[in-house]
Design a binder for this molecule. Structure first.
Ligand SMILES: [Mn+2]
Length: 464
């Protein structure tokens, strides 16, 4: 069967349902997926209810209703079909829309998954959008949320832009009028909200000598170019509002800086996805900052607020989301500082730290990624933390950078293999992955991962 046929079938299944329960994940992709489906389903006047899950695991199954609604699992489910089966759900009441590796089960649940079709750079929100478009061509306005999900799930990372079907979604958004694609934009975070020097200092891919992680250096660099950083009223200017000429001046100076230091220049430009229907300089103005806001809502246990923002709330729920975003950022900064102040332990192939119960488990991965930019980027970072509700389990988060992945390091594979050996379970992506392992196995785990990473880099060296 072709991918488009699967989409058509899923759309028929939803259209013929009398009521729908959407079960989704709490991250940006999961929230965007849920919002797309909820909107598309309610436009058909079919009743919907949503349930957000941290992940689909035995302890969470009590939130999966046993009623006569159609249960749509989105951004999760493919890898947990045995749990769905054990829960007693039959094949005719389940639809899975997912982009994670599928696990075989006795019951063949109806499913749209892009992976068997060789589509690797598409998020669940992307699949949800294609299903919604199949349900009604008038749902093209939801492409914007598909873009948020794709960018939130790092689908634009490797190629510095969305590719294949994910780019088709961005183009649908352009047609619908609520997405603007800027090619050859700066590949930095915070283009719409951050003072320009702060935005430049966020660049960690590539590292720009004297500018990355160095806001003062970035400011001096811009001043030398004669760029005014503030408006006459004192407000900091943001990258998105700079005229093309100033952008070109800055971009070519960065390129010179990179060349002077022998750094590659190919990753400094990327595509950005701006939402012209959102307020200028707001966190919803571009896809990656929008995704951060949704992640903040999810990580502070209010994915429903992010979801309301997705479907248009700009009043009370939006203000709550803004508040969570600020809180999210300040706790991440604390964690980042904690990692740098405390220091990491090093083995040959990785660096690691145990943060215990100091920070919420939902943000340690982000903090790890940020700290890596100030540490030795060649060695992946691993952070352990305890879970507030379960002393027997430790959460592991690992992060690395694209250049290390390009050399053959795959954190998802490493974490899956090592956690299986200590009686845990892992998942994620080559560049960012996580696992849950039994408390007390941390040291063995570090050694296992160290060995696996050594093997991955040597087998890559052999192949090249
Ligand atoms: Mn996802």
């Amino acid at each position: 069967m072709a991918f488009t046929e699967d989409l058509r079938e899923a759309s028929e299944i939803i259209r013929s349902a009398s009521a729908v329960t959407i079960l989704s994940h709490i991250d940006a992709d999961g929230i965007a997926s849920e919002a797309i489906l909820r909107e598309a389903v309610s436009r058909l006047n079919i009743q919907t209810r949503s349930v957000f899950l941290r992940q689909l695991e035995p302890l969470m199954m009590k939130w999966v209703p046993k009623d006569d609604t159609l249960k749509i699992f989105v951004d999760l489910g493919a890898g947990q079909q045995n749990l769905i089966e054990e829960h007693g759900l039959s094949d005719d009441e389940v639809l899975i829309l997912d982009h994670h590796i599928s696990q075989p089960s006795n019951i063949e649940y109806r499913q749209v998954n892009c992976l068997p079709y060789g589509i690797g750079k598409l998020s669940a929100a992307g699949i949800a959008y294609f299903v919604a478009r199949e349900m009604d061509a008038g749902n093209r306005d939801l492409a914007k949320l598909g873009v948020v999900g794709n960018v939130g799930d790092m689908m634009a990372r490797e190629a510095c832009g969305l590719v294949g079907p994910a780019r088709e979604i961005a183009l649908d958004g352009v047609t619908a009028g609520n997405v603007r694609i800027t090619t050859h934009d700066l590949n930095c975070y915070g283009l719409s909200t951050r003072p320009i020097h702060i935005c430049l200092s966020y660049s960690d891919d590539p590292i720009i000598p004297g500018i990355s992680n160095n806001p003062n250096g970035a400011q001096a660099f811009l001043e030398r170019l004669g760029i005014t950083l503030r408006e006459p009223d004192g407000r900091w200017r943001v990258w998105e509002e700079l005229p093309d000429e100033e952008r070109r001046t800055i971009a070519s100076a960065i390129v010179e800086q990179l060349i002077a230091h022998g750094e590659p220049v190919n990753r400094i430009f990327g595509e950005s996805y701006i939402f012209p229907d959102e307020a200028p300089r707001s966190p919803l103005r571009n896809a990656s900052e929008y995704a951060t806001m949704l992640n903040a809502c999810g990580r502070w246990a209010r994915p429903d607020i992010g979801s309301s923002v997705c479907t248009g709330d700009r009043d009370l729920q939006y203000r709550k989301a803004e508040h969570m975003l600020r809180h999210h950022r300040s706790v991440i900064r604390e964690l980042f500082q904690y990692i740098l102040d405390t220091g990491v332990a090093r083995t040959d192939n990785l660096q690691w730290i145990h943060t215990g119960d100091r920070f919420p488990d939902t943000i340690v991965g982000i903090g790890a990624g940020m700290a890596l930019s100030k540490l030795d980027w060649k060695r992946p970072i691993m952070v352990f933390c305890t879970l507030p509700d379960d002393p027997e389990v430790v959460k592991v988060s690992m992060r690395t950078v694209e250049r290390v992945v390009a050399r053959g390091i795959d954190l998802q594979a490493a974490l899956c293999e090592a956690s299986e050996r200590v009686g845990g379970a892992g998942g994620g992506h080559a560049i960012a992955a996580g696992a849950y392992i039994p408390a007390g196995t941390e040291e063995v785990f570090v050694r296992e991962i160290d060995d696996i990473l050594a093997r991955q880099s040597s087998s890559c060296a052999e192949n090249s």
